[in-house]
Design a protein around this ligand. Sequence first.
Ligand code: C2E
Ligand code: CA
Ligand code: CA
Ligand code: CA
Length: 276
Amino acid sequence: QGLGGLSFYRSTMNQAAIRRHHHLEALRRALNGQSLKVHYQPQIDFGGKRLAGLEVLARCQDPELGFIPPDVFIPLAEESGLIGQLDQLVMEQALAQLALWRNQGFAIPLVAVNLSAVDFRQPGLLERIKKSLAAHRLDGCSLTLEITESLLIESNEDILATMTALRQLGIGLSIDDFGTGYSSLSYLKRFPVTELKMDRSFIRDIDTDPNDKNLTAAVIQLAGSFQLKVVAEGVENQAQCDIVTGLGCDLIQGYHFARPMAAADLESWMTGQGAA
Ligand code: C2E
Ligand code: CA
Ligand code: CA
Ligand code: CA
């Protein structure tokens, strides 16, 4: 394209680099200040018709750049070595809030916190989690960790040992985005997981695409044989809800019931649901 084309290409490259730089600065501001917030999304136990837990989702509202979506700042935090700090802050906030809510009389069985695979490879994870739980006088059953399949194909002895120790504390281990990653399921035998979280890409068209429905049915069967719970995420309407509950899915999460909400909004929601 000649020199003009080249300089255009370079300038768009620079724009991407500059944006990344600004996002990284915003992320650092969030971690050092107060702007890293968390939202909570209810998980519903459909059989028991009750609140089963809350997924905790990080939110970054930067004073300069405005709202930055997790799909932007989480990968950035992973690449830049800040994810450990971020996940720790999120867990701290969530456990403190859970303890407070319970003192106020809200019946919330657990919070489910997302952990990056990077966290698991860092030493001291177990001790940090133990400390956070103890600081808020919570038992391990009050916490579930959502991890991704990528962690489990490493078949690393340290990861297995950490997971086993977490389980001994009563902490739940959920495989997030289940079905999107790897075809080998042998890790289900090897790692002490407690829950499979069906990826929302399988739920989206479940009312129209028989393949998605069959696959979800197969996962629920598989989970049953390993005594694992199944969560369907991304349930947005009644048709999807009817299908996944009909297939025997234990827990449901999605806009159909509730969006992720700030603590104050969640309190109103719970009061409306009679959870207090
Ligand atoms: P995820 O763990 O799979 O979280 C579920 C995502 O689906 C959330 O997006 C949630 O807002 C969205 N969602 C929930 N219900 C529905 C629904 O009915 N329909 C649709 N279309 N979407 C729904 P969000 O909050 O943007 O988070 C994106 C991803 O960022 C998360 O995916 C997770 O992988 C990551 N993430 C968020 N917070 C944290 C965190 O504190 N630590 C780490 N390591 N990762 C996080
Ligand atoms: Ca998750
Ligand atoms: Ca997910
Ligand atoms: Ca995800």
